[in-house]
Structures are given as C-alpha cells and as structure tokens.
Write a protein that binds this ligand. Structure first.
Ligand code: SF4
Ligand code: SF4
Length: 194
C-alpha cells in the first residue's frame, strides 16, 4: 500500500485504453459532450438504456460513449496530453474506478503496479491517497451512470469485439451494490436501492 498516489507521467494509461470487463471489450468512457474531443470514426456507443424494437431489441437511448482506439491520439511523444485542460473525466479519474466487485485501482497504471501488492487489486480507497480532483471526476462518472441505472430497468453495454449490444440485466444488481459500497466510503453523495 502507498501513502499518496503520484503520477509518474509514463503515459502507459494512455497507451492501454482498451480493457476487458464482464467478458466484453471496452474503450475509454466518454460523456456525450466529450465525443467531440476525438474523430467521430473513433467513437462507439458504450452504455444504452431502455428497450426499443421487438424483433431486434436494442437500447431506446444511449447514455455514454467510448473511444475505440487503444493508444490515444492526443498522447504526445514526451507522454504529455495535448488536450490536458479539456481531457475527458475518465482520464481525470484514472486509476480509480468502480466495478461490480468493488473499488478498483487499475493495474495498467505503472504507479499502482509498483505500489500495490499482488492480490491487493480490489480495495477500499481512503480519500487521502488521491488528489481531490481524481475522486471528484470518478464521483461525477459514478453518479451519472447511477442516474441512468435508477431511471431505466434495462441496461446495455456495447461490445467492441462483436460490435453488438449486450443486455446487462444481470450486472445491474451487483453494480448497485458496488455503488452503495462507494457511498459508504463517502465518494458518492447518496445511497441507492433497487
Ligand atoms: S485524452 Fe489525454 S489523458 Fe486522456 S487518454 Fe488521451 S492523452 Fe491520455
Ligand atoms: S500509468 Fe499511472 S503513473 Fe503512468 S501516466 Fe498513467 S496515471 Fe500516471
């Protein structure tokens, strides 16, 4: 365990944007307004909600998008972000993220790899370990996803590998239990229930 997160500015996170989650291939999380930061050909939907169509059911609305490249085009040769002031919230929140299993510190981050013991992947994250803006960014993302999860019974995730929507009813319950875990840590500002 470490006492304070220090970004090594190695740029590894910006070269490993594609991840495997729930057996799906997913890219960098984007709010709709953040899609304009990247070429439209490199954007795909990420999370959809509701159900439209009977013969070929699909989401009624798209809540969030994803950047489909593994290496970000905004990363400069000296590992700087060329759009640093405007970078997406997901970049600001890294390496903290929630998953259905709990709070996750992403091991694609070199600092996390070097400072977390093997097997110490899912942990409770005391706020003092990270700068406030990291936790604020993660809170905004979590709360935005939470708002959709509460408003719609059906959620979908778009798999970049198959280029298909996957209904994730079975992910909703553990997802919300994970969000309640975050609430207990004081990261989100309200408790949720099914
Ligand atoms: S936008 Fe900037 S911080 Fe985000 S992945 Fe690209 S280079 Fe990295
Ligand atoms: S991988 Fe971690 S240490 Fe390296 S630039 Fe990204 S956040 Fe910083």
């Amino acid at each position: 365990m470490f006492e304070k997160f220090i970004c090594l500015q190695c740029g590894e996170c910006c070269r490993n944007l594609l991840t495997e989650q729930y057996g799906l291939k997913l890219g960098l999380f984007l709010f709709p307004a953040e899609c304009k930061l990247f070429p439209s050909g490199d954007i795909a939907p990420l999370y959809g909600y509701g159900v439209k169509g009977r013969s070929r059911p699909r989401p009624a609305v798209i809540g969030f998008y994803q950047y489909t490249r593994n290496i970000c085009e905004h990363l400069t040769p000296d590992n700087k972000c060329s759009i640093y002031e405007k970078r997406p919230l997901a970049c600001r929140a890294f390496p903290v993220e929630w998953t259905p299993e709990g709070i996750h510190l992403d091991r694609t981050c070199r600092f996390i790899r070097e400072h977390l013991e093997e097997g110490e992947t899912f942990i409770a994250v005391p706020a003092k370990l990270f700068p406030a803006d990291v936790l604020i960014a993660e809170t905004k993302i979590t709360n935005a996803i939470l708002a959709y999860a509460r408003a719609y019974e059906v959620g979908w995730t778009y798999d970049l590998r198959t280029k298909r929507w996957v209904k994730n009813d079975d992910l909703i319950r553990p997802l919300i239990s994970s969000l309640n875990h975050i609430y207990k840590l004081g990261v989100t500002n309200r408790r949720v229930s099914l």
